[in-house]
Design a protein around this ligand. Structure first.
Ligand code: MN
Length: 292
């Protein structure tokens, strides 16, 4: 479980950003990296790697989601005010006000989080998060931050793992869901399950691969068929499908007994993305005519 983190460089981030933003200001990206690297010098993650690996990983998560450049840059800088001697004014001097504002937002959320952890109900905390972050990109950085902390949770003490995993399930996964960032939501939930219910998680991991191939084939044929039908009606669409994640299967298994895994094998999710609202309703019509 305790796989060592692979060390990344700012070049890895640059490659990711260039893929969807060929004309991005790479000099700015590089400058932000150097700034954060200098600020965090001498600090280490609990895994033993230099601290800069964390903001770099957070920035890469956001670049994978094809977020705009200020978000990625702010992600590189997201811990410098909180964890180093750098002041907000320093950031304002070196970077655009937009970037300083994003970092400030993330810092304030972190403070709110640690202050109110005990007394706040999860629902209140989620609301406060949304209300406080006037810029939704602040929440996105916070979610990517949490995701990387969850990915590296194996290096933390056992008690911390449980607390962090529970909080992830109560606050961060629902936030990701509300914002429609399913990829982050699924991964957060699966990682949380792994630490909260290690046995159930392992059982699912063992159980599900047996049918994964079948599910993937089914998903593929489903998508092919829908593509053909949509093309016939002249709708241009992007269709994505996936086998559902462990946590959603786990939740279904918690339902009223007796339920066995084969019953729950409607476990694929399909997403159809079209250009206009009109196409959206037309696509929905096609889906309904194919599957009741
Ligand atoms: Mn962080």
């Amino acid at each position: 479980m305790a796989v060592r983190e692979e060390l990344k460089t700012d070049q890895d981030l640059v490659l990711l950003v260039r893929r969807y933003q060929p004309s991005a200001d790479l000099e700015l990206l590089h400058r932000a990296f150097e700034f954060a690297d200098r600020a965090h010098r001498g600090q280490f993650r609990e895994s033993g790697v230099p601290y800069i690996q964390h903001p770099l990983a957070v920035a890469m998560i956001l670049a994978e989601l094809e977020m705009d450049l200020p978000t990625v840059v702010a992600a590189l800088l997201h811990d410098v005010v909180e964890d180093t001697g750098v002041k907000l004014e320093d950031l304002r001097r070196h970077f655009d006000p937009e970037i300083a504002l994003l970092v400030d937002g993330v810092t304030k959320l972190s403070q709110l989080e640690s202050k109110s952890r005990v007394e706040q109900q999860a629902e209140n905390l989620r609301k406060m998060f949304l209300a406080m972050a006037q810029d939704i990109r602040v929440i996105l950085i916070k979610l990517a931050d949490r995701l990387h902390n969850m990915r590296t949770l194996a290096f933390r003490p056992r008690e911390k793992q449980k607390v962090t995993a529970q909080e992830t399930l109560d606050i961060f996964a629902p936030l990701a869901h509300r914002l429609g960032i399913s990829r982050i939501q699924w991964e957060l939930e699966d990682l949380a399950l792994r630490y909260l219910e290690p046995e159930a998680y392992r059982e699912l991991v063992d159980l599900i691969p047996q049918k994964r191939q079948e599910r993937e084939e089914y998903t593929k044929s489903f998508i092919d068929r829908l593509y053909k039908e949509l093309a016939r009606t002249g709708i241009k669409a992007d269709i994505q499908g996936r086998a559902k994640h462990f946590y959603s299967i786990y939740r279904k298994l918690q339902g009223p007994p007796p339920r066995d895994i084969s019953e729950i094998y409607d476990l694929i999710a399909i997403r159809v993305i079209v250009d206009t609202i009109k196409d959206c309703y037309a696509a929905l019509g096609v889906v309904h005519s194919l599957w009741r």
